[in-house]
Design a protein around this ligand. Structure first.
Ligand SMILES: [Fe+2]
Ligand SMILES: [Fe+2]
Length: 260
């Protein structure tokens, strides 16, 4: 099973890049299943029905998210209605949507679990204990499990990689929008990368118009953040998973550039 996973898609440039690249990935890399983190898909903050439908039509099979998924009220409904999008599973209370789901493939269902870190982020339920419990649920229905661990701290994400080594096929980190390029296969056969990176404008600060972010740091006053547009690139993780053992056998990071 060959999969591709796009780092956080930021705004319209990110959505355009993903749409342009999906056919190329399927053709050139023979990808069966395309994933993307979409927490920043609508104007950089959250999602709405239009952006999710647009990405689905562009060929993104399954979508994960993170802390920004709650940013647009109108985006919460689609979390309940669409079976192909998940939000972090370890939020307290009874949040809309699902923390895990299944992507249908010719190789059977692939489980997808979304978790969020707690280091340098708002303290939510423990992602490590949530992972243990939810993976036990997922294992009853599928062999191949892919985890998007959405977090700020590299240490917390690497620790999660070790925690899940041998229990899931792949752990990808998201949220920082910066590719760590430390992809490797852990001894138990779990593919791991600390952060995939970003799908969006690199002429920016993490996809946001750079003058506004600079203004924020220089004045420490609230500033309106708009999505940047230039130098659009996509950070993508390409993984090959053996269907029989559910182990990752090949993992690489690529960065593809989109013409402005
Ligand atoms: Fe993000
Ligand atoms: Fe995030």
């Amino acid at each position: 099973l060959k999969i591709a996973f796009f780092g956080d898609i930021v705004g319209k440039p990110g959505r355009r890049a993903a749409a342009a690249l999906v056919p190329r990935l399927r053709e050139e890399y023979k990808i069966h299943l395309v994933f993307a983190n979409v927490e920043n898909a609508a104007g950089g903050f959250g999602v709405n029905e239009k952006t999710i439908k647009e990405l689905k039509a562009a060929g993104i099979d399954f979508m994960t998210s993170g802390n920004h998924i709650w940013d647009k009220k109108e985006g919460l409904e689609i979390l309940d209605s669409a079976g192909f999008i998940v939000r972090p599973a370890n939020f307290p209370g009874f949040p809309p949507g699902r923390g895990y789901g299944f992507a249908e493939t010719d190789f059977g269902p692939v489980g997808v679990l979304n978790l969020q870190g707690r280091v340098f982020m708002p303290p939510i339920d423990c992602p490590f204990s949530a992972a243990g419990k939810l993976i036990a649920d997922l294992e009853r229905k599928c062999k191949i499990i892919i985890v998007d661990f959405h977090g700020e701290a590299t240490s917390e994400k690497i620790a999660m990689g070790w925690h899940l080594d041998g229990r899931v096929s792949l752990v990808v980190g998201t949220h920082t929008h910066v590719p760590t390029s430390d992809q490797r296969i852990l001894p138990g056969g779990t593919g791991y990368v600390t952060d995939i990176g970003m799908t969006g404008s690199y002429d920016s600060v993490l996809g946001v118009e750079k003058k506004a972010v600079l203004q924020r740091f220089l004045t420490m006053r609230p500033v309106r953040f708009d999505t940047a547009a230039g130098d659009v690139r996509a950070d993508i993780i390409i993984g090959e998973i053996d269907e029989k053992s559910a182990k990752t056998v090949k993992l690489e990071h690529i960065q593809l550039k989109i013409e402005d």
